[in-house]
Design a protein. Structure first.
Length: 370
């Protein structure tokens, strides 16, 4: 796996974009990508992800800021000179050409010798496991096969950078998972640099070296998948990635790395410090359903509080237990379905426990759009 360092291979420097000279759809985009990295822009629909890719590819101008590739500004460079491969959701293969001709096209316009083109086309057909399909036309392939051709066509001229904008969005779930593995395999094997765009968090978590969580034109956090999941830097990221409980409260204690929050049950919860930073402020404790445990528990925990049992939901390998706090906040605890899974009566008071490192104190955030 590629080291997440900073060799300045690709740099977005305070990039802004407005389409109407009034509202900024990209407000301040800063990102530094290392050669060989797989970086995903993840965010809700309309958050400006495609706009960033379009500026990188050269199909949209920057309103301000700069983009540098290998140290050189490309902000005003013609798209075809940027040496960037692209894959989009709607394959965009040439319908009147065969698959082999589609693959040959990027090499032909780069005036590569005929013999090289012929061998490269076969090599890349084999690479995406379509070795026998060179003479077919796009219409004679399935959606998944067409998308593999689009992928091969984006890679065949060994571009220094590959952009993918929701490339699997049109495929059904099973095919999408196959293609995720396929893209990951090719990335490992060939070592190209990828900027990938998706609104699907599972896709982002499984494929990327780093994920930039994007909202309202601003990067909220850019980190490795496990770091994002375990230590989100604000409520939006905690809400957007995975599932989370949010317990409203008041910030009553603060040290360099621990925040203490009094919730409506009267309990004070010790949390890792995040962006709630003013004593007395209204804030929220977030803790994931699989990081909350029912007392008695085998583990030693440093945070506990009480809540009333309301309901449970059987989901096979897990049971989801629902609880309510005095202020009406509902929360869910995910419990392994084993012999220890308890039975409670409705309204029963239960003690819940968690580790400080798994609880975060966040300033209130706007809800994540659907
Ligand atoms: P995403 O890819 O995250 O869904 P986009 O970059 O496509 O977001 O869009 C961001 C915002 O910019 C949206 O509000 C969208 O309506 C607007 N937008 C995108 N493309 C254009 C365009 N060519 N002209 C005007 N507005 C646009
Ligand atoms: Mg988009």
């Amino acid at each position: 796996m590629t080291a997440v360092g900073d060799d300045g291979f690709l740099e977005f420097d305070r990039v802004q974009k407005s389409y109407d000279q009034q509202t900024l759809v990209v407000r301040e985009f800063n990102l530094s990508v290392t050669r060989g990295e797989f970086v995903t822009l993840l965010g809700p629909s309309g958050s400006g992800k495609s706009t960033v890719l379009m500026m990188l590819a050269g199909f949209e101008s920057l309103t301000s800021g700069d983009i540098r590739l290998q140290g050189r500004s490309i902000a005003r460079m013609a798209p075809y000179k940027r040496d960037i491969g692209m894959v989009f959701q709607n394959y965009a293969l040439f319908p009147h050409m065969t698959i082999a001709e589609n693959l040959a096209y990027p090499l032909k316009i780069r005036k590569r010798p005929t013999a090289e083109i012929r061998s490269k086309v076969q090599e890349y057909l084999d690479l995406v496991e379509l070795g026998a399909f060179g003479n077919r036309t796009p219409a004679q392939l399935s959606g998944g096969q067409r998308q593999r051709v689009a992928l091969a066509r984006a890679l065949i001229f060994a571009p220094r950078l590959v952009l993918m904008d929701e490339p699997l969005g049109a495929l059904d779930k099973k095919l999408r998972e196959q293609m995720q593995l396929e893209i990951t395999r090719l990335h490992k094997q060939l070592g190209f640099t990828v900027i990938y765009v998706t609104h699907d968090q599972t896709e982002a978590l499984t494929m990327s070296n780093r994920i930039a969580v994007f909202n309202a034109g601003v990067v909220q956090q850019c980190d490795a998948p496990d770091v994002l999941y375990e230590t989100p830097s604000n409520g939006f990221v905690a809400d957007f990635i995975g599932e989370n409980n949010f317990l409203p409260g008041e910030l009553v204690g603060l040290t360099d790395d621990v925040a203490e929050v009094r919730i409506s049950s009267g309990d004070v919860i010790r949390t890792r410090r995040a962006d709630a930073d003013r004593l007395g402020m209204r804030c929220q404790v977030s803790v994931r359903p699989e990081k909350l445990f029912l007392m008695p528990s085998d583990h030693a925990f440093d945070t506990k509080f009480t809540a009333r049992f309301t309901n449970k939901l059987y989901v096979g390998d897990f049971i989801r237990y629902f609880f309510a706090l005095p202020d009406g906040t509902e929360l869910v605890v995910k419990v392994l379905n084993d012999l220890a899974a308890p039975d409670y009566s409705e309204g029963q008071e239960v003690t819940l426990v968690a580790a400080t490192k798994d609880c975060s104190a966040f300033a209130p955030h706007r809800p994540v759009p659907e």
